[in-house]
Design a protein around this ligand. Sequence first.
Ligand SMILES: C[S@@+](CC[C@H](N)C(=O)[O-])C[C@H]1O[C@@H](n2cnc3c(N)ncnc32)[C@H](O)[C@@H]1O
Length: 529
Amino acid sequence: MNMMLASFPVYPKPFASVRAEFRTQQSSFLKFAPHSYPLASKILVKNLPYTTGETTLQKEFSNFGKIAEEHFWPGTLLCALWGLLLKIMGGIGKKRKREKQRPTIHPDNKYAETPPDFAHLASLYPSFRRYVNYSTHGGAARPFLDWTDFNATRELTRVLLLHDHSLHWQIPDGHLCPTVPNRSNYIHWLNDLLSSHIIPTNLISSQQGKVRGFDIGTGANCIYPLLGASLFGWTFVGSDVTDVAIEWATRNVNSNPHIAESIEIRKVEDNEKAPCLEGFHDGGTRIDICQEEAGLNPKTSCGGTSKEMVCPGGEKAFVARIIEDSVVLKHQFRWFTSMVGRKSSLKSLVSKLWEVGVTIVKTTEFVQGRTSRWGLAWSFLPPIQKPSISLPQKNMSFMLEGLPRQHGAINVLEAVKSYFSMHGLSCTLNTSAFTVDVVASKDECDSVLKNHSPVINKSISFQPTGETSNGPRSSDRWSLRILVFQQIPGTLLVKGSLQDRSSPLSGMFAAIFQKLEEALRHEFCTKSA
Ligand SMILES: C[S@@+](CC[C@H](N)C(=O)[O-])C[C@H]1O[C@@H](n2cnc3c(N)ncnc32)[C@H](O)[C@@H]1O
């Protein structure tokens, strides 16, 4: 293990801002999982449809996961009775459909088929017995836990780790208590990414077949190294900034001699003042974030100190810093991963990733109960050419709402044309088809992406249908069609379609389309507000 570490650079300073680091050696793999969650790569979902078939116990168990996740990442119309009823029924129908379609647990997860049997665990572990209650609802006595009791959830995690994984584990009062099924899901997802060989294993020099993970922000619970080492035999460095996390993580490692050699716990400096990236600041103060993301839900029972739960700048800033760090370490790791609590953050982060030059981005959704979280994985290494996996998104869209009536689709199309023309891109406006066709070279795309000020230059005059402005066309050009539709007065849909997804520049599409969205919102929505 020391030899492996020696092959790593000394971490540059920004790395201290990273919370959870993960590296494999078979390839290189990074994981940032401040608070992770079940998920399955989209590819795997395709191959292996997950089934749920929930029993009462499973429901309760998934509720446990939900409570845990909520703890970290936070989120009228008067109508006729008949309409309301239809709505409710529609909602139920949709929910059922959603429940059926959405994957809930990784198929390799120990609890995929059989949820924990509380009664059985209570019979085996007297310390757990006191937390198991029985409801006589519907005849048979059903065991259940009081999820609002921290001691009960902590004891459940303890006995599950012991019973199902032969792991001895403990955490101090009030510290974040992980749920075993959802942390296992994350670990299985990491394993899926590694086994998929999307990024070839020979691109990172390593000891053959060995996986080395860096868990940034391993916490007192040290859950990822413990599970990764025991389930897959991976080796880890688990880092943290607090003394208490280091002390308890070390204790948890040493309590498990069979894997203790595989895990090194390392204290790192807290680089709390690391600046948030421009455009990724949530605009909140530290206090806002405390309230937002660590605000304690009285229903929760999974503990968590402010050090464990709070990141200045919110999750977008946190993951954006990780992305910056990953640029520095791009050739040392096969994969970088992180958990994202909000879909809106995911969108910006994916754009950010393409901007910094990643070669692949994988996202996936983790569903537990009614809560969704997203897994984000990226790499800078060349992926094996599998177009169906690595091609970027072809279509993107957004709505412009609340526009004054005098601003119709043509005005927005003109603004689109002005925006791209301003950066030297070649644009063709077709007023009868309500489209602007845009063609760009790499330099022109870079010019769009580097422009921080979302201002549309009105001095560029409107050109009639079919007329093309600007620019030589090079062979590595990228082309995009923008369509604008009026939905209702004051609301326009702007849609972007990538014309050739195999172009080497097509990875920039998402980032450029997002820049356009910012510019149009700035031009039309702030003025109308
Ligand atoms: C939410 S806890 C996660 C614990 C565990 N990984 C889990 O999923 O349950 C986040 C941990 O990250 C640590 N942390 C915060 N900033 C860090 C940094 N810059 N580098 C390493 N660890 C950090 C905190 O002290 C805390 O223990």
